[in-house]
Design a protein around this ligand. Structure first.
Ligand code: CA
Length: 404
């Protein structure tokens, strides 16, 4: 529903929010958890321009789980209140500069599920490992996912230690094929009780908002361990997320038609309306020798084969309870072109086409000291561009004492 909070003529008394390239104009109002050295207790805030509006007047929790358990009508009312407080002409309030804040994880994350919703990613990876049978026969019928690990989800900016593990028979050591996966995450809530399921047309009411997700992956560990049960230690050493929850209300103007399905899906996965969202996602890489990061890929969330609503309807179809603060991720967001490939495995075609960096270095997979930066934004004629902020992480060398 497009409301007055989406009005493109709306301006804020916070000047930096009115800049054209600003991720956080008054039409966005993402929510997050922050603290400062002066006030070390975690607090909730809304990002506006270069600042944060503390939300103590409305929400006194120290994470967003309570917000995520609200009904969508209550979340919409809160958005209207915050918008009114920040629009030009209303009284100025105390703000905190983002540059002085440490951002924390937005929620206490209960369960984390990682989907595999990009058919382009599935086809690319499949053709590397099974050239004669790239796309498995179930792909167009069932949204594929595995249960991830929430204990290793870290907020953007946290350094990521290169994992060690089994690389093949008799081999144990640091991964040589460290990769990122460009994904979009969705925080869930209020969710369903055990034994009940969420009908597809109600599924979006159970999404509080989205963030950027980097599902760091060790491809050599993955290759050795993934059959028959799927990834395990290749994925659960770290997953980075961006700190700002971009609410479903903020995404409303950027709805898009879902990808075309050539094979009919079962009724419980059939949705009406525009369940996809036009979100552009970008990956940049900076080696230790580089000053500016280099753009590696750009892809579009609307190119996914399955929508968030389909993922939720499927996830709960067997009665599995989804709870406020649960995180689902889309899987690597790739597109049809080479520049749309959302991980190095695809982008360098398993290392056979390395990326040339401006320093003369080459990258097939990530090296120690490399920083990976994800950004995202929504832009559409007639609306103000909103950004997702960023999700970054730098690779630390493996711990030497963990192996011999
Ligand atoms: Ca993944």
């Amino acid at each position: 529903m497009i409301e007055e909070t989406h009005d493109p003529t709306l301006k804020s008394w916070v000047e930096s929010a009115n800049r054209e390239d600003c991720d956080f104009p008054i039409q966005n109002l993402p929510l997050g958890v922050f603290r400062t050295t002066q006030s070390p207790e975690p607090r909730l805030g809304a990002a506006i321009g270069d600042f944060i509006l503390p939300l103590s007047q409305w929400l006194t929790w120290d994470n967003l789980n309570g917000y995520m358990s609200l009904m969508p009508s209550d979340r919409r009312r809160l958005r209207c209140d915050i918008s009114k407080a920040l629009e030009s002409g209303s009284g100025k309030r105390e703000l905190v500069a983002q540059s002085e804040c440490e951002m924390l994880l937005p929620a206490s994350i209960g369960d984390y599920t990682d989907f595999y919703a990009s058919i382009h990613h599935a086809q690319n990876v499949g053709s590397m490992f099974r050239p004669d049978n790239p796309l498995l026969p179930n792909y167009r019928h069932v949204p594929i996912a595995y249960h991830g690990r929430s204990s290793s989800i870290v907020v953007s900016g946290t350094a990521v230690r290169r994992p060690v593990g089994q690389l093949g028979e008799g081999q144990f050591g640091p991964t040589k094929n460290l990769d990122y996966e460009l994904e979009l995450g969705a925080f869930l809530g209020p969710g369903n009780a055990i034994g009940e399921s969420i009908p597809i047309d109600e599924a979006e009411q159970h999404i509080a908002g989205v963030c950027l997700v980097n599902d760091w992956s060790a491809r050599d560990i993955q290759r050795w361990e993934y059959q028959p049960l799927g990834p395990f230690l290749a994925k659960n050493f770290a997953t980075s997320i961006s700190p700002w929850l971009i609410t479903m209300e903020a995404l409303e103007p950027f709805r898009a038609s879902p990808a075309e399905h050539h094979v009919p899906v079962l009724p419980y996965l059939q949705a009406t309306g525009s369940g996809a969202f036009e979100i552009t996602l970008e990956v940049r890489l900076r080696s230790e020798g580089m000053i500016e990061p280099m753009l590696i890929s750009r892809s579009h969330f609307k190119d996914l084969y399955w929508t968030l609503a389909q993922m939720i309807a499927h996830h709960s179809s067997n009665g599995c309870p989804l709870r406020p603060g649960d995180l689902i991720a889309s899987g690597t967001v790739s597109g049809p072109e080479k520049e749309n490939r959302g991980c190095l495995l695809e982008r360098t075609w398993r290392g056979s086409e390395p990326i040339q960096l401006p320093t003369g270095e080459q990258r097939s997979f990530l090296e120690d000291g490399d920083e990976v930066i994800f950004t995202g934004y929504c832009a559409r004629e007639g609306f103000v561009r909103i950004g997702l902020g960023n999700c970054r992480g730098t690779i630390l060398p493996a711990r030497r004492n963990h192996y011999s």
